[in-house]
Design a protein around this ligand. Structure first.
Ligand code: HEC
Length: 180
């Protein structure tokens, strides 16, 4: 009897682990694609007219574009941050705790971990977004940014919190929600 309950528990544990890995794998695939698509759009706008063109473009399209990429993959997709530029990307109370957890768990290799939250109705996978070289022209330290860029940002985002970052910093999280 004892052996059977052990085997049963083991099977359940293995099942849950596999399920968790599957969600994480799918989330990573979706966020990888979203990153590629978002940065492609950004680069196109930058090529056309630098930050002067790219910032208003992000202002108008980033949020709806992210949402539509999620819809296409049959999930809810959000980009959230503890220091949002667009207030609509701010963290909820629960997300604040998750953000701190991820931020404090930076590995020796500089990589932040993914985080998974599961309930009866949904699974949400949080995937870190880190600052790279090309991000600092719009999210870096103000003293190192172009005057025109700063002016446009100030006009479109008077309450901008997304400045002062350095390469490798945690900029935000993708939140990928799978409904069960
Ligand atoms: C041309 C300027 C520009 C560049 C370059 C840029 N961003 Fe942004 N970023 C913006 C703007 C503008 C927004 C606000 C979009 C909106 O209104 O939804 C934003 C929003 C975000 C958000 C959503 C959270 C928030 O603060 O509202 C994240 C995450 C983000 N950027 C990460 C990055 C990363 C990572 C890079 C580099 C790979 C990058 N950005 C490069 C202008 C830029």
């Amino acid at each position: 009897m004892k052996v059977w309950s052990f085997v049963f528990c083991l099977a359940i544990t293995l099942y849950c682990k596999t399920e968790k890995l599957e969600y994480e794998e799918r989330a990573l695939q979706i966020t990888r694609e979203a990153k590629t698509n978002l940065s492609k759009k950004l680069m196109e706008a930058m090529k056309e007219g630098g930050t002067k063109k790219a910032i208003p473009f992000c202002h108008e399209n980033a949020l709806t574009f992210t949402e539509s990429l999620g819809k296409k993959a049959n999930v809810e997709l959000k980009r959230i941050s503890n220091r949002p530029r667009n207030p609509k990307n701010a963290l909820t109370k629960e997300e604040k705790e998750i953000f701190s957890l991820v931020q404090n768990a930076k590995g020796k290799d500089g990589v932040f971990p993914n985080h998974l939250v599961s309930s009866d109705r949904a699974v949400t996978v949080f995937v870190p977004i880190t600052i790279q070289g090309q991000c600092v022209q719009c999210h870096g330290k103000p003293e190192g940014m172009e005057k025109e860029t700063k002016e446009i940002l100030k006009t479109l985002y008077p309450n901008d919190l997304a400045l002062g970052y350095e390469v490798g910093d945690l900029r935000g999280l993708f939140a990928v929600t799978f409904k069960k």
